[in-house]
Write a protein of this length. Sequence first.
Lengths: 285, 418, 287
Amino acid sequence: MRATTALVILLPPALLLFTLFVTLPIAQASWYSLFNWNGLGPVDRFIGLKNYKWVFENAVFQRAVFNNLLVIVVSLAVQLPLALGVALLVAGGAWGSVVFRMIFFLPYVLADIAAGLIWRFMFDGEYGLVGAVTQALGTKPVYLLASDPWAFSAILAVVIWKYFGFHMMLYVAGLQGVDKSLLEAAEIDGANAWQKFRHVTLPMLGPMIRLSIFFAVVGSLQLFDFVAALTRGGPFDTTHTMVSFLYYFGITRMRVGFGSAVGDVLFVVCVAFAWGYRRWVMRDD
Amino acid sequence: MSIRTLALASCCFVALAAPGFADTTVTILHVNENKAAVKIWDQSAADYNAAHKGVKVEFKYLENEAFKAKLPTMLQSEASRPSAFYSWGGGVMEAQAKAGFLKNIKGEVADTVNTLSPTAVAAFTVDGKLYGLPFDTDAVPIFFNKALFAKAGLKPEEMRTCDGFLAGVKKLKGAGVTPIVVGAGEKWPMHFWYSYFVMRIGGAQALADAKAGKDGGFNNPTFVDAGKRLRELAALQPFQPGYASTSHAQSAAIFGDGKAAMDLMGSWLLGMQGPNASDGKGQPESNIGVMPFPTLPGGKGEIGDTLGGVHAFLVTPTASPETVDFLKFFSQEKYAKEAAEVGAYIPVVNGTAGYIKDPLVKQIAEMLAKTKYHQNFFDQDLGPSVGRVINDVSVEVAASRMTPQAAAAAIQEAEEQK
Amino acid sequence: MTEAVGVFEEVGRPRLPVAAALRLAALVVLATIVLYPLLATVLDGFKSLGELHDNPLGLPRQWDWSNYWAILGGGAYWRVLGNSLAIALATVFLTLVVGAMAAFAFAHIKFFGDRYLYAYLQLGLLFPSTAAILPVFIKVRDLGLLDSYWGVILPQVAFALSMAVLLLRNAFKQIPSELFDAALIDGCGYFRFFRHVTLPLSGPILSTVAVIGFVNSWNGYLLPLVVLDSESRYPWTLGLMAYQGQYSTSWQLVLAFITLTILPAILMFLIAQRYIVEGLTAGAVKG
C-alpha cells in the first residue's frame, strides 16, 4: 500500500474531528462575539467590539478575573509547597508511604462536581462540619457560603483538598529522578539536610516543579464545577470564575455574542500563558 | 480487553440507548413541584391515553432553574422539543413567539376558550394569536405564621401600611423571631419584594409605561423609590441568616419548620412548605395566615393589586395534532374542579373557583377575583435578559451592594441592550 | 521501579524516633482532613434528616438503610451510571482509534507539511475545552447533535486528540525505523505492521491514553450540562446535580446519592491504583 493511500485513510478522521469541534468553533466564537445575538435566528446585529466593552465593564466579570488570579496565587503559594512537603515525607520507603500516597491522591480521582457537593455539605451552616462546630461551641450557625469573602475562601480550600495529591504524585515521580550518588557526594562535602535539599534536590526537581505550576495555572483558569456545586456564583455573584461567568451570564441567559466574547478572552489568556510559559520557562525541560 | 470487544461493547451501549418508536408521544414539560397538582395532571394523561389508543401523553418534570436555562435550546432542536410546555407568558413568551417556537392554536380551540376566564386567555394571546390554553392562576400574598405573630403581639391588620409593616418587623425581631424568609440564593424571590414596591408606588401603569420607554423607561423615580423602600426594609435585617444562598426549596422548609414569620410567595408555597420541612409535615393550615402586601403613603397602587401569574401549556409548531386535542381534554371542568377541591391550584375554567374548599386557597382566589390589577411576575413579563437583570439588582439593592439609582439604570440599560 | 528519594533517605535513618513520630503525626492529621469528608458523606447517608442535625459528627445511632435502598432500587441511579459508561467507553474507543491512526501516520510517514499538520493538531494543548464551550455548543446544535450522546462524545474525542496523538506518536517513534523499513521491504503493509508490531508493543501507552480519556469523560460536567436536555441521557454528574436540585432540603438523601455515584470511581481506584496513578501522572509528564 502506498504511503499516500495510507495517509488518506489515517489522517482525515483526526483532522476532521479536530477542526470541526476545536478550531472551527474557536474561530466562529470570534465571529459571534462581534454580534448581539441570542442564539436564535439569523446572526445579523453587528455591534463590533461592544460585547468586549460590556464584558470588561461588567463588575461580576472583573470579580471573576480577580477570583481566577486568586486561585492561581493560592495554588502557587499554598498548594504546591504543601504538595512538595508531603511528597518529601512519602516519596521514600518510610512506614506507610505507599498507603498515604494513595489516600492523598484519592480526591483527584473524584469528579470536581462530586467533590464540590461533598464540601457544600461540609460547609453547610446547619448540617455540615461547620454546623457541627458551631453547635458544639454553642454559637449561632455560620453560613460560610453565604458571606463574602468566606464563600470564595471555601472554594479555595476545596481546590487545595482536591488537587494537592496530584501535584504530590508529580513530585514523588520527580524525586525518583534524583541521583542518590549526588546526595551522597554532597553529604561527604559536609552539606546538611537543608543544604542538600536546596542545592541538589530542588534543582533536580526543577522540570517537575515547572510542569506542576503549568498544570496549576491552566487548571485554575478552567474552574467551573466547584462554583456550580458550592455557590452557583453567589453570594451576590462574588464567587464566579471566568468560566462560570460565561455559563451563567452568557449561556443560560442566551447572550451568545456576549458569551463568545468572554470565551474569546479566556481563550486568549490560556493560549498566551501556555505558549509563553512553554517557550520561556520550560524551554530547557 | 481487546479493541474489538471495546468496540462492540460501546456500539451496543449506544445502540441500546437509541429511542424506541412506538405510539405518538405527546411530551409536556413543566416545573410544578406540587405533588397534588402533578397527580391530577398524570391522571388526566392516563385517562386520555386509555381513551385514545396509540397516543401516549406524558408530563415531564424539570427543575425550575434547569427549565429556564434549557428551554431555549430544547425548543431549537426538533429532537428535544417538547410538544407543549409550561409557561408564565409575558415577554418570555413573546420572545419565543417571535423566534417561531410557538404554534397558533386559536382556530382549533374556539369552543374550549369560551369556558375559560377571558383575562387568562388574553394573557396568552399576542397580536390576535393564541399560543396555549391557560389552566391556572395564582397570586403572591404574604403568608404569615399566626403563632409567631402572637408571640410578638402582632396583629395582621397593623401591617397593611408600610409604616405599620416596618414597625411589625421590628416587633418580631424584638421577640427573637426571624421576620422574613426569602430564598435569595435563587434571586427571583427577592424580586417579588421589589416588584410589589414598584406596583404600590407607581400603580397599574408603572410597568407598562416603563416598557414603553416613557419618562426614562425604567430609570425613573418610581423604580428608584422602590429600590429605596427595599433598602429601607432590608436595613432592618429582617431576613434569615445566610439568606443570600438560601434556595427556594430551603426557604419553604424554613417557613414549614416555623423558623420565620413571613414569606412573600406564590400560592404554591402551601404545597411546598410541608414536604420540604424537616418533619415532612410543616405548618398546619390553621396556623398559616394570608395578608396583602402593604400600601405606601402617596403611592398610586391599591392594596388589592396583586402580583402573580397565569399559567398555560404552550404548543410548539411540530407538535402532533393530538397535543391540542389533549389540551382541550385537559381543560374540562372535571379536572379543574378536582384541582380546586384538593387545593392544588386555582383553575381558570369558568365557575370552578367556587369548588375550592381549602380556606387559604379560597382567600387567595377571592383576592384574585376582586383585584383590579393583576400583574404578571416582572422577570417573566420583561423577557429573559431584562428579567434576569431585575432579579440581580433586587438582591444587590437589598444587600446595600448597589444603590437604587444604579439599579434602575441597570434595568433600563438591559432593556436597551436586548 | 526505583523508589523515590524521600527526605528520610536524604537524612538517613532518623536517629531520633521523634522525627519519625512527627512525620507520622503530620501525615495522619493530613489523611484525616482528606478522608473525613468522604467518610462523613458515606456515614451520613445512613442517618435521618433529624439525626443529621442533632448528631452531625458521630456514627449513625440507627443505621437507616432506606436511603441507600431507595436509590439503588430506583431506575435513575443505574441509568445515569450506564449513560456515563456508554459515553466514556465510546470516547475512549474513538480517541484510541482515531488518535492511533493519526499518530502512526506522523510517526512513520514523511510527507509534505507533516510538521505543520502535527503542530496544528497540537494546538489543542494550548487551551482547555471550557474556553471553547459556547461555540462548541453552537456547533453541536448546528450539526443536530444536541441532546444526544454523540454531542458529548465527539467534542470530548476532538479535545482529547491533541494529547493522545502526542503521546502515541512519541511512543510509536520508539519502534526502530529499521524494523519498519525492513517490514515494508518484506511486503508487510502499513496495517499489518500496525496490528502485529506497533499495537502489541504499545500496551502501556494505549492504557495511559485510555485511562486519561476515561477519567476525563467519566468526570465531565460542563459539556454534558450544555449539550444534554433529557434526563434519560444524563451521565451521573448531571444526574447527581439534578437529584440534589430535587431533594435539596434532604441532605441525607443527597449524601447517599453522592456516595453511590462516587463508589465506582473509588472502587476503580482501589483495584487499579498503580494503573490509574501512572496513567494520569505519566500522561501529564510526557505531555
